[in-house]
Design a binder for this molecule. Structure first.
Ligand SMILES: [Zn+2]
Length: 191
């Protein structure tokens, strides 16, 4: 028996993900084709996992007084389409048809404003620590589903540091691109 694929995109919603709507989105420019996936890492406070602070941050519900670090991000309104927790659980904050606010000033293959045409995926993690193997497995399953739904993505999968190299370092040196691409290849041949 082949594994059944766990994820499917229906009208911009990832079936198999928990839905936690964020107010931090707007419309993509008219006629935009989704054609890039951007991989990030995030942890709040940095390098600490669990606690639900990322979810609260993306939903504009974070108590800025709950930790001194939160003062440094106070009032920021950001989001990603997806967050993959250390457990492999997948959360969706923004419909893929909408424009999430994850990339900031950025450019991919000479085209600026990656938020316009990309899907942003955050891995719960940091530049300083290895990711969990289940996060790689789930990321490959999710991106395989995204590639089926949005064929223009093809192999256009970049790190935040690739599209904003002056400003950003995530997903960082602990993200193993070759291993991830091998898992994605396996996933795509399974389906
Ligand atoms: Zn990032």
């Amino acid at each position: 028996m082949q594994n059944q694929t766990k994820f499917k995109v229906v009208e911009g919603v990832l079936c198999g993900a928990q839905q936690l709507p964020s107010p931090n989105f707007n419309q993509r420019p008219a006629q935009t084709q989704i054609r890039l996936v951007v991989i990030h890492n995030i942890s709040l406070p940095p390098s600490q996992f669990g606690g639900g602070y990322i979810q609260q941050f993306f939903q504009n519900q974070l108590d800025w007084n709950a930790h001194p670090y939160f003062q440094t991000i106070k009032g920021m309104q950001v989001s990603a389409h997806l967050l993959i927790l250390r457990t492999g659980e997948v959360l969706q904050f923004v419909n893929f048809n909408d424009r999430a606010w994850h990339a900031g000033r950025s450019s991919y293959l000479g085209v600026p404003e990656c938020n316009d045409y990309s899907i942003g995926i955050e891995l719960e993690g940091s530049d300083d620590l290895p990711f969990e193997s289940v996060q790689y497995q789930v990321l490959a399953q999710v991106i395989s589903a995204l590639q089926r739904a949005y064929p223009q993505i093809q192999q256009h999968i970049a790190g935040h540091s690739d599209i904003a190299p002056q400003r950003k370092t995530d997903p960082g040196m602990h993200f193993h691109w070759a291993d991830f691409r091998e898992l994605l290849h396996q996933e795509n041949h399974r389906n």
